[in-house]
Structure formats: structure tokens, C-alpha cells
Design a protein around this ligand. Sequence first.
Ligand code: DQA
Length: 143
Amino acid sequence: MAKRVLILNGPNLNLLGTREKSVYGSKSFAEIEATCKKTCADLGFVCDFRQSNHEGELVDWIQSARKTADAVIINPAAYSHTSVAIHDALRTLEMPIIEVHLSNIHQREAFRHHSYVSTVATGVICGLGAKGYTLAIQALADE
Ligand code: DQA
């Protein structure tokens, strides 16, 4: 059966391409979605790509992943630094979890240096821009 990859994006990522381009790059959110879908298709994966500005909705989607996904890639955006609820939801999953950040959060403000997601992630990719999503999908091919 094809591997089902759930790709979750947190708040404000829908504004990519127009938001702080010097930090997050000029690719639009729709372009990143298209690249993720193509990368998944090339590897024979089924891709479910989502974005929400709401913490509870992300928690609901992570809970659903228990039955509907084989791996999760997540850019929790600002919730990385604040959300125990997302941390708790992710730790119920028995599947690979890859955390992605476009920017290198460790080079930025101190409040971005800690992520509640990193301790429950299988791996973390940050600072490589949109390519981080592609690398995360490719990493799942070896799982
Ligand atoms: C981000 C980094 C976060 O600190 C920030 O709140 C974001 C995006 C990134 O992809 O670099 O919204 O997750």
C-alpha cells in the first residue's frame, strides 16, 4: 500500500511568498504545496497537505493521523515555541514525524530557539528554505 504522508503547516504559513521574504524566501505557499505533492507522487506516496492558523484544528488533524497516515511532516510555525497541546498530540503517534522550518530558528530570536515539537520528532530540518520539505519527504523513502 502507498505510504500516506500528512504534511501540516501552522499559522501564517499561508502567507508565504508575501511574508518576510528575506527570512522565509519568495516561494508562495501554493508553490511549496505543488512541489510537495510532486515529490510525493514521484516516490509513490499519497500526500495530504494542510495549513491552519488554529492550534486546536492542528491537534484534531494530528489525532486523525493515527488512523489515516503513515508519516507526518510538520512545520508548526509559531506553535513550535508554545504548544504543549501539539507536542502531546504528536507523542501519541507511532510513526515517523519530521519537523521542518524554513528559517534557521537557532540563528533567530531567543524565543524561537526552543521547539516543543523537536523532542517528539524523529528528525528536524531547519534553515534550508522550501527545500526542507522536499528533503523531509525524501527521508521518508528510506523508512
Ligand atoms: C517557522 C519559524 C517559526 O519561528 C515562525 O514562527 C514561523 C515559521 C519557519 O518555517 O521558519 O512562522 O516555523
